[in-house]
Write a protein that binds this ligand. Structure first.
Ligand code: IVH
Length: 673
């Protein structure tokens, strides 16, 4: 008979197996629903038997966030970077240096060629097979401890299969797959936030986030390519190719496509092959890493202060193509900013078909002298968003004329405006349909009012049919009206009405962010909400009062004042928040003004045992004064358990749930900082 303990083990094995099929091998065996069912069964069992929870359980991926940012730690061995090559000649020169160093005579040197993943390097430490630490490369000697973020990356196993006892360090790359990157940038575009230039920047940005739940949503993945054993530990393999096989056998993600090459000719062929094929991958690669295969040979070759002598990065050339620039069109954003973009005759480039390119602003179009009808050179380099390098003048049609920014908004016809000292043209009409559509998408977006289901096609219909002209109109919608729209059934209509209802009581900062005041991002909105505590107080705030808020400078203060000084905005605020029948009842910050900027804001503490220097009340007061909360029961949501002498059962519970624990000295350090 199998008891809960056996079933829990079986579920964990199954879940890891399917995570590996999905995230590592890209070859799933079951549906997402079937996978979710396994997770739910495990979660239910672990809730019923908390004593059976272990830190490597897949339910433990998302834990607490690091309280004081990421700690800096020293790498066991420096993380070197690689020397680069840009041509076949440079590859052959590398081979010459290696052969000389090894006295290899005429025989070929064995290499392994791997794809160079364009992400950010990570060092993962496993102790007795359990993931205990993840550290970024940093400056190569010191990196940041990002363990809490690494744990949520499901390509990375929390426990290894059949790994050696003791400590092993595995190095690799964290990256954002192309589809996740595209989705992220689409969301940012809707919110008029600056786009990430490439998946590497997006991955690095995600890893700097202090909230692991947010990191989990980004969809990061990882590949590993190096094993670092402690000095004196028995070797796992004699060759790199074997090492890669072992890493994969332990359940770690190894990028497919690597090849053992007998001599540099095969390496050259591999580089040429992947320069063409790389566009078909779902991750970015900017080259090939060539490595001497025999580990003993690597040891003989050694390293310079910066690079190993046994490895080299061959960089692919930026991919370029020529195509016709059909039209220079313009987009109108939420703030009225009008930006030109290029409509191209579709052309294949790095594995995707390009038909649009950004042009930033009118000045840039003039600088490059781009004209409609031109033959243009387009490029996809380190940046994923294609850019137009230049017009090819020989292909310029006769009679072409320099491009000019339209004088009128293409959507509402208002005359466009541009202040003397700015480069951006704007549509000044706040009722412009393009501005309204963009504003509504921003208002509904996940980081703002989080109204799920209010996407682009729906917003377009609502605005086109005159059903919604501003944020307040959203709260007048009912299910029958919504159900009559295209691609909406009764069920989605009812769901959306439910989502809109729920958004009535969002946190105040979300409302402040959602209404789209220029220059006010999430952080600014949080600071303003914490300082003023209510929308009316913010509306009434004088510029001097605004400027005293942390994170709010004169530009933001001016923008806030300008926003509320505009009578149309003020009227909208009355209909939306401040008036007698207004739909929104935002929730003021919980712990008094300024809480969001206090060091323990959003964190919960549990106290157990006796502390020497504090009574229980004093410890609780110290936590609350810093914006934290003290609760009596340990749960997965607990940020810290403070452990004094003679602790009770809470200690066991904290251990089982993997909650961070602080002894008195660590607690003191935390509150002194
Ligand atoms: S081996 C001692 N293999 O490229 C050097 N690096 O430009 C060990 N990278 O810092 C690195 N893919 O972050 C290696 N297959 C691969 C790689 C790879 C990407 C990164 C790595 C390194 C950088 C050097």
């Amino acid at each position: 008979m199998t008891g809960p303990a056996d079933r829990i083990l079986e579920l964990r094995r199954l879940i890891r197996h399917h995570e590996e099929r999905y995230y590592v091998l890209a070859d799933p065996e079951i549906t997402d629903d079937a996978f979710d069912a396994l997770m739910e069964e495990l979660e239910a069992l672990e809730r019923a038997y908390p004593e059976l929870v272990t830190p490597d359980s897949p339910t433990r991926r998302v834990g607490g966030r690091p309280a004081e940012g990421f700690a800096t730690v020293e790498h066991a061995a420096p993380m070197l970077s690689l020397d680069n090559a840009y041509s076949e000649d440079e590859l052959r020169a590398f081979d010459e240096r290696v052969r000389k160093g090894l006295d290899a005579g005429d025989g070929p040197v064995g290499y392994v060629a791997e794809l160079k993943i364009d992400g950010l390097s990570i060092a993962l430490t496993y102790e007795d097979g359990l993931l205990v630490r993840g550290v970024t490369r940093g400056d190569g000697v010191h990196g940041e401890d990002v363990t809490s973020n690494v744990r949520v990356i499901r390509a990375i196993p929390l426990g290894l299969r059949d790994a050696p006892a003791g400590r092993v360090e595995v190095r690799g790359e964290i990256y954002l797959p192309r589809p996740a990157f595209d989705r992220l940038n689409r969301e940012r575009e809707d919110r008029e936030e600056p786009l990430f230039a490439n998946p590497r920047n997006a991955a690095a940005g995600a890893m700097r986030n202090l909230d692991p739940a947010e990191v989990a949503r980004r969809g990061l993945r990882a590949f590993v390519y190096q094993l670092v054993l402690p000095e004196g530990a028995p070797p796992v393999a004699a060759r790199h190719a074997e090492t890669l096989d072992r890493l994969a056998a332990w359940g770690l993600p190894v990028a497919r496509g690597w090849r053992a090459c007998a001599g540099i000719d095969e390496v050259v062929a591999y580089c040429a092959e992947w320069a063409d094929r790389r566009g078909g991958l779902d991750f970015e690669t900017d080259g090939v890493v060539v490595k001497v295969d025999a580990l003993a040979d690597r040891a003989r070759l050694g390293a310079t202060s910066k690079f190993p002598r046994w490895a080299l990065a061959f960089k692919f050339p930026a991919q370029q193509a020529t195509t016709r620039l059909l039209q220079i069109a313009v987009n109108v954003g939420r703030t009225g900013a009008v930006t030109p973009y290029a409509v191209l005759e579709p052309v294949r480039l790095s594995g995707s078909t390009i038909s649009l390119a950004t042009l930033h602003n009118a000045q840039e179009v003039a600088r490059k002298d781009l004209r409609e009808g031109d033959l243009v050179l387009v490029e996809k380099g380190g940046d994923v968003i294609p850019k137009i390098v230049k017009p090819i003048l020989a292909g310029r049609p006769e009679g072409s004329r320099p491009w000019e920014m339209p004088r009128a908004c293409p959507v509402c016809g208002s005359a466009l405006q541009k202040p003397e000292d700015e480069v951006v043209w704007r549509c000044p009409n706040p009722s412009c349909a393009a501005r309204i559509r963009r504003s509504l998408l921003h208002f509904a977006s996940r980081r703002a009012m989080n109204i799920e289901g209010l996407g682009e096609s729906l917003v377009n219909q609502l605005v086109e049919r005159g059903l919604v002209r501003d944020f307040a109109d959203l709260y007048t919608l009912n299910a029958p009206t919504l159900a009559a729209l295209e691609r909406m059934g009764n069920k989605s209509a009812a769901n959306l009405v439910g989502e809109i209802e729920q958004s009535r009581t969002r946190d105040l900062w979300r409302v402040v962010y959602a209404i789209g005041i220029r220059h006010v991002g999430e952080r600014g909105a949080q600071a303003l909400a914490a300082a003023f505590g209510a929308m009316q107080a913010l509306i009434d705030a004088r510029p001097e009062a605004l400027e005293t808020v942390p994170d709010v400078g004169p530009v933001v203060a001016r923008a806030v004042r300008d926003f509320f000084d505009e009578p149309r905005n003020l009227a909208l605020m009355a209909r939306l928040v401040t008036g007698p029948d207004a739909p929104l009842q935002p929730v003021a910050p919980a712990v008094g003004a300024g809480a969001a900027t206090l060091p323990f804001a959003g964190q919960t503490f549990v106290l157990t045992g006796t502390l020497e220097a504090f009574s229980r009340d004093e410890a609780a007061a110290a936590i609350e004064a810093r914006g934290g909360r003290v609760t009596s029961a340990v749960s997965r949501k607990t940020s810290y358990v403070v452990v004094g002498a003679d602790p009770g059962s809470k200690l066991e519970k904290a251990r089982a749930l993997g909650v961070r624990m602080l002894d008195e000295a660590a607690f003191k350090r935390l509150i002194m900082d």
